[in-house]
Structure formats: structure tokens, C-alpha cells
Design a protein around this ligand. Structure first.
Ligand SMILES: *[C@@H]1O[C@H](CO)[C@@H](O)[C@H](O)[C@H]1NC(C)=O
Ligand SMILES: *[C@@H]1O[C@H](CO)[C@@H](O)[C@H](O)[C@H]1NC(C)=O
Ligand SMILES: *[C@@H]1O[C@H](CO)[C@@H](O)[C@H](O)[C@H]1NC(C)=O
Ligand SMILES: *[C@@H]1O[C@H](CO)[C@@H](O)[C@H](O)[C@H]1NC(C)=O
Ligand SMILES: *[C@@H]1O[C@H](CO)[C@@H](O)[C@H](O)[C@H]1NC(C)=O
Ligand SMILES: *[C@@H]1O[C@H](CO)[C@@H](O)[C@H](O)[C@H]1NC(C)=O
Length: 612
């Protein structure tokens, strides 16, 4: 999930941007003045009260709240001034780092501002910023010729910032055989065999969730634990089965979900599990703590579904610190093998031994799960803008795109169909533009080999359409972005079950329909009886006769009509019918940005949003 880290990074760079005074006028002379002021603060460790006042008027904490991708409020469209400020501020910080300023001094300053500006409390600011300090400053020191604009453009794509560095554009070579002619898959007649596939995502299991603890705590990004402080009003108390506020999934919630699935879906062929197992207390993670949670989550799933194959993908929260995924060649103190080695061992619960090498190398794998169907699990953290290791080196990290193109090429040659699974959807604005663009080129080239694409990360239930780059009105694929298991935030816990064509010789393995089940937190808070129920089935809810990309595209056209009732239905399903989100509703800005997210699979190209 993106909100937490995005916010914190914005905080980090934002706090370096000391001057709203320049908001009206970012002239070169004022930029210089700003640079001097920041430099002075960095040298002396003292932020003058005037600058503090100016920063306060910037209202970074508001930006932090509305910067969430999934916000249903009607935020102001992002002001380009934030990118401009980030650029100037980060320039100064990078200079200071290169000029030997002690990183601790810079961090002290950031912590002080983080607290003084009321963005988070001391506990959060101090622990989180200390956790990321070493890596962040290492990247700033070691990336040659790094500028503020480059840094902010890589990290804050989510705010629309763009790098001016031409080196950030690169290409992956595709095998040169031509694309075979596209044949639209035939919708199988009724009575053809089908398979059932469970999609779980964003588990965010909190082993320390405490019912009745404070759900409105000072850390703000994560509460509902013993250490979350005094419960000041009865309403502030965390619910037993989870909470709409900033809290993740207790063990008994996940167990209730699995108990229900075992009974309601006895015919599962396999499970796709698209990552993010760690709770959102990002200032308080440790390597050992994360590994324990991953281990417990794997164990829970294996115990509840013996004999059912599970295909996992890695999420951005699995690392410590969060979102930090260095390239495989980084073998200094930041080496990521502590994580990849462990998931290699844990995933071997379900995966064959021959994937161990690639999982240990880059946390990705490709495996033939039955004759004719292959699952390729990608590590999308190498497209994640908030992974600061991409500032250091963003060129096809872990050679992942090169690898996947070769895998798809071999699959095409063998006549296999492929499911691509990963955590972060490629069209998200937090997936870096070049990676996303190159990935889309690969999917387009192998469109007849790819039978399905499955993601998580956004916590909300959505689709993502892929459009032909040449014949631009032709949708050629649709990805499914699954709802989260965690209620974080203002959501109900949920999961998806696909009905897919198969398994017989020549199956297309295309998705025919999907069911979506939830637990209503308000209801369970009253009844204390966790009742998962079917919220909707895609074909019924949207009056579709099939789930081809074309049919989803038609639905999009219908939804964009003003006062579209089918959009209202889609929105309810998107937010899993969670009361707080329904109360807020989805106005014009919310609607057009949501439809835009359904129409973009390449984060470098928003042209499909033009008429939405
Ligand atoms: C770098 O440090 C030196 C000596 O401490 C100082 O004279 C110089 O002005 C600094 N330059 C920058 C760009 O901060
Ligand atoms: C950094 O800039 C210098 C001078 O422009 C150039 O020679 C060098 O190749 C650049 N290094 C990188 C890694 O881009
Ligand atoms: C649960 O219900 C009680 C009684 O209606 C209410 O006071 C409390 O705020 C609710 N808790 C949550 C987490 O919704
Ligand atoms: C981190 O979490 C543990 C377990 O809940 C808790 O005991 C500790 O106080 C927390 N530390 C911080 C800095 O929040
Ligand atoms: C559902 O679709 C059919 C044609 O596919 C159409 O005749 C019917 O009017 C639609 N119903 C609604 C409620 O949109
Ligand atoms: C949409 O609904 C609003 C409020 O009911 C109404 O004022 C408006 O005219 C409607 N727009 C269209 C295009 O039907």
C-alpha cells in the first residue's frame, strides 16, 4: 500500500523545502536565498522561527493526508510548486551530504521539523527517519551527478514530479521474432470445465493488534496496539475484529477469513497471493520482526489450505526499512539477501526447487504449474518509485524485464499460457515511468501468451486496462487488482475468487468471472460473529456477458456518463462497501481520477484519461 510511505517521503523532502515565501514567485534569486537558508540550517542545525512559520503555512500534514492515491476526498490537483520546492530543497541536502555534513545533523533537523510541524509524533519521526537515514544518504553520496530534480522526479512520481535526466530513459531489448497475429480468445460454451482461483492480497498481519487499544494515536499512520497510548473516548477504542482506522489485521480476523473460505470455496485449484504481509507500523519494523511475520503468514496459509498450491509475490512492506530493495549486486551492509534467502526457503513450501535460484537473486520466479499454464511472479519493488535504490540505479534492476521477456518468449515457443502476478500494478503513478513503459511493451508483444495479470497494493478492488499503443482504442488486456485482506484504511476485509477457463487441452485460461467476498466491520462489531458474505459477482453486478478487455472497456464508457448508476455500483464494490468511504462518497474529481486509474497500465502515458 502506498499511502504511508508516500506521505513520509513527502514529509522528508517537503521538510527540506523551507519556503512558502517563494510560492508566488520562484525566481532564481529567491531560489538562491532559499538555498542559502537551507544550507545555514543544515550547517548550524538551527531552523529560524520565520522559516518554521513559513513551513507551517505549507500545511505539509494536509498534503500528507490528501496525497493518498486512494483518497476519496476531493483534493486540490497537486500543485507543481511541491515538485519545485522539493527540487530546490533536495539540491541543498545533496550538496550538504557531498560536502561532508554529518547525516545525523541533517536527520536531527528533519526529526525536529517533523515533530514541530505536527506531522507525526516524536516516536514516529525519530524512529522512522533514523531507520532510513543510512541508506538514503548512501544513495545521495554514491549516485554520480545527482540533482534535486532527478531525485524528486524519481521518488515523487506520485505527485507528478518528473526527472529531467535523460539517463532515466532506457530500453529492454525484445527478442526480434515478430509478434504472431492476434487471435481473440473464444468464449467457451457453458458446460466447458472451469477452475477456481483464490486471490489474496495485502494481508498486513499485525501480531500485536490489541482490541480496545487506542485507534486514534499520535503516530497517525498506525495504531491499535498496546503502545498506541491512552484511549481517550469510548469511540477511540479499537474493534475486536479490526478497525476502519489506521490498523491492520489481527490473527483471528485472518483465521476467520480462512475458516470461511475453506467452507465456501471447497473447489480451489490454486491461490495467488500478491504480497504485503507486514503491518503499517513502518517506524517500528526490524529484519527479525518482518521475517517472523512472513513466516507466520506462510504457516497460516499452508496450515489452512493443505494440498492447495500457493503462488506468492513480494510486496513493498516486506523489507526493512519499508520499500528498500537494493539491486542484487549491492553486497555492502544494505545487502537484501537477509530477506530473499528467507523467502526462498519459505516459498519452497509451495514452489519447486528449480525456482530457488531466481527467488534468492531477485525475489521473482517462473514456474509451469500444469501443462500449458505458467505463473510468473515478479518483484515489482524494482519499479516502485519510493524505493530509493532506484535513484541510485534504475536500469532494469535485477535484469528482471530482460528475464521476463525471455520467459515469455520461451512460453510462446512452447505454446504455454502465462499468468503474471506481482504486488504493484504497473499503471500506478508510484511505478516508475520507464520501467512501466518497458513492461507494457513486453506485455503487448506477448499479448497472446499472457492469459491474466494479477496485482494488489492499492487495497481497493479495481481493474486496469491495457490499450494497444498503435490502435489506441483497442483494449488488449485487463489486469485484476485485488482488494486487501486488511481493513487498512476505512475498508472492509475481503478477497476475490476467479472462475477461469480450464483445465482441458487448449484451455485459454482466461478469466470468465469473479466473486468478491467481504466481512462488514460495523456488523461484526455489533454481532461479534464474523460473517463473510458475497458482495458481488462481476458479470451480474455490471451486466456483462463476458469479462473480455473489450467488455470492460465498454463498462468504462458507460461509467463515465454523468450520474451513471453502474459507476455507483462500481464504487461501492471498489471500496468494499465500507461505511466510512460510502459516507464520504465519490464526487467528480474522485470519479474521474478513479476511472483514469482503470484506464492506465503504463504510468508514462495518461492519454487514456483525457476524456474521463
Ligand atoms: C563546503 O564546505 C566548505 C568547508 O567546510 C565550505 O567553505 C563551502 O562553502 C561548502 N560548500 C558548499 C557548497 O556547501
Ligand atoms: C557525471 O558528469 C560528468 C561530467 O558531466 C560525466 O563525465 C560523467 O559521465 C557523469 N557520470 C554519470 C554516472 O552520469
Ligand atoms: C463498535 O461499536 C460500539 C458500540 O456501537 C462503538 O462504540 C464502537 O466505536 C465501535 N467500534 C468500532 C471499532 O467500530
Ligand atoms: C514497537 O513495537 C513493540 C511491539 O508492539 C512495542 O513494544 C514497542 O514499544 C514499539 N516501539 C516503538 C518505538 O514504537
Ligand atoms: C444488460 O445488458 C443487456 C444486453 O447485454 C441489455 O439488453 C440490458 O438492458 C442490460 N440491463 C441493464 C440493467 O443495463
Ligand atoms: C445528474 O444529477 C444531478 C442531481 O440529481 C442533476 O442536477 C443533473 O442534471 C444530472 N445530470 C445529468 C447529465 O443527468
Amino acid at each position: 500500500m502506498r499511502v504511508s510511505l508516500a506521505s513520509v517521503i513527502i514529509l522528508l523532502v517537503g521538510t527540506c523545502c523551507y519556503a512558502l515565501s517563494i510560492k508566488e514567485d520562484l525566481s532564481p534569486s529567491r531560489e538562491d536565498l532559499l538555498r542559502d537558508e537551507i544550507q545555514e540550517a543544515l550547517e548550524t542545525g538551527v531552523v529560524n522561527p520565520f522559516l518554521k512559520h513559513v513551513l507551517q503555512t505549507l500545511k505539509l500534514e494536509t498534503l500528507l493526508e490528501t496525497s493518498s492515491y486512494e483518497s476519496d476526498e476531493e483534493p486540490e490537483p497537486y500543485d507543481p510548486i511541491y515538485c519545485a520546492l522539493c527540487n530546490v530543497g533536495m539540491d541543498a541536502v545533496i550538496h550538504a551530504v557531498h560536502n561532508g555534513t554529518d547525516p545525523d545533523v541533517i536527520t536531527d533537523l528533519l526529526v525536529e521539523l517533523c515533530v514541530d510541524l505536527g506531522i507525526f509524533n516524536y516516536n514516529f519521526c525519530e524512529h522512522f527517519l533514523r531507520d532510513i537515514e543510512d541508506q538514503l544518504f548512501w544513495v545521495m553520496e554514491n549516485r554520480a551527478n545527482l540533482t534535486g530534480e532527478d531525485f524528486c522526479g524519481m521518488l515523487l512520481g506520485i505527485l507528478g514530479c518528473e526527472t529531467d535526466n535523460p539517463d532515466r530513459i532506457w530500453e529492454v531489448a525484445l527478442p526480434d521474432e515478430n509478434k504472431p497475429p492476434v487471435v481473440d480468445p473464444v468464449i467457451p460454451p457453458d458446460g466447458t470445465p472451469v477452475m477456481k482461483v483464490l486471490h489474496l492480497s495485502d494481508t498486513h498481519y499485525d501480531p500485536h493488534y490489541l482490541p480496545g487499544s487506542n485507534a486514534e494515536c499520535g503516530e497517525r499512520l498506525y495504531c491499535c496496539r498496546a503502545e498506541s497510548g491512552p484511549v481517550e473516548t469510548p469511540e477511540a477504542a479499537a474493534g475486536k475484529w479490526g478497525d476502519y482506522r489506521s490498523c491492520d489485521a489481527p490473527q483471528w480476523l485472518l483465521q476467520a477469513m480462512y475458516d470461511h473460505i475453506k467452507i465456501a470455496h471447497q473447489d480451489l485449484d490454486f491461490i495467488i497471493w500478491t504480497g504485503d504481509l507486514i503491518p503499517h507500523n513502518i517506524w517500528n519494523t526490524t529484519k527479525e520482526g518482518n521475517l517472523q511475520i512472513i513466516k507466520d503468514c506462510v504457516q497460516m496459509l499452508a496450515d489452512n489450505f493443505p494440498g492447495v498450491p500457493v503462488f506468492p509475490a513480494i510486496g513493498n512492506h516486506e523489507s526493512h526499512p519499508v520499500a528498500s530493495f537494493p539491486q542484487p549486486y549491492i553486497d555492502n551492509e544494505f545487502d537484501i539477501s537477509w530477506l530473499y534467502d528467507e523467502i526462498t526457503a519459505l516459498w519452497s513450501t509451495w514452489l519447486p526447487p528449480d525456482v530457488a535460484h531466481s527467488v534468492a537473486y531477485g525475489a521473482y520466479y517462473s514456474t509451469l504449474i500444469k501443462p500449458g499454464l505458467r505463473v510468473i511472479s515478479m518483484n515489482s519493488n524494482y519499479c516502485y518509485g519510493l524505493n530509493w535504490w532506484l535513484v541510485y540505479d534504475d536500469i532494469d534492476p535485477a535484469e528482471e524485464l530482460d528475464w521476463i521477456a525471455k520467459e515469455l518468449h520461451a512460453a510462446e515457443a512452447s505454446g504455454e499460457m502465462v499468468y503474471l502476478i506481482a504486488h504493484i500494478p504497473p499503471g500506478n503513478s508510484d511505478c516508475t515511468r520507464t520501467w512501466s513503459h518497458e513492461f507494457n511493451k513486453i506485455v503487448f508483444r506477448y499479448e497472446s501468451t499472457v492469459a491474466g495479470l494479477f496485482y494488489g497494493h492499492n487495497h481497493l478492488d479495481q481493474i486496469m486496462l491495457f490499450y494497444d499503443p498503435v490502435e489506441t482504442t483497442r483494449p488488449y488486456h485487463v489486469a485484476y487488482v485485488a482488494q486487501s485482506q486488511t481493513p487498512y484504511t476505512n475498508l472492509n476485509p475481503g478477497y476475490k475468487v476467479y472462475t477461469v477457463d480450464g483445465d482441458y487441452a487448449g484451455s485459454s485460461y482466461r478469466i470468465l468471472d469473479h466473486e468478491n467476498w467481504i466481512l462488514d466491520l460495523d456488523e461484526v462489531n455489533q454481532s461479534d460473529n464474523p460473517r463473510f458474505f458475497l458482495l458481488y459477482t462481476a458479470q451480474d453486478a455490471y451486466n456483462m456477458t463476458d469479462l473480455t478487455p473489450k467488455s470492460w472497456d465498454d463498462l468504462l464508457t458507460q461509467m463515465k456518463e454523468p450520474n451513471s448508476t453502474v459507476f455507483d455500483t462500481f464504487y461501492i464494490n471498489h471500496v468494499k462497501a465500507a461505511r466510512p468511504r460510502l459516507e464520504k462518497g465519490c464526487g467528480d474529481f474522485c470519479k474521474s481520477s478513479l476511472l483514469c486509474r482503470l484506464a492506465v497500465s503504463d504510468s508514462s502515458d495518461h492519454s487514456h484519461c483525457d476524456n474521463l
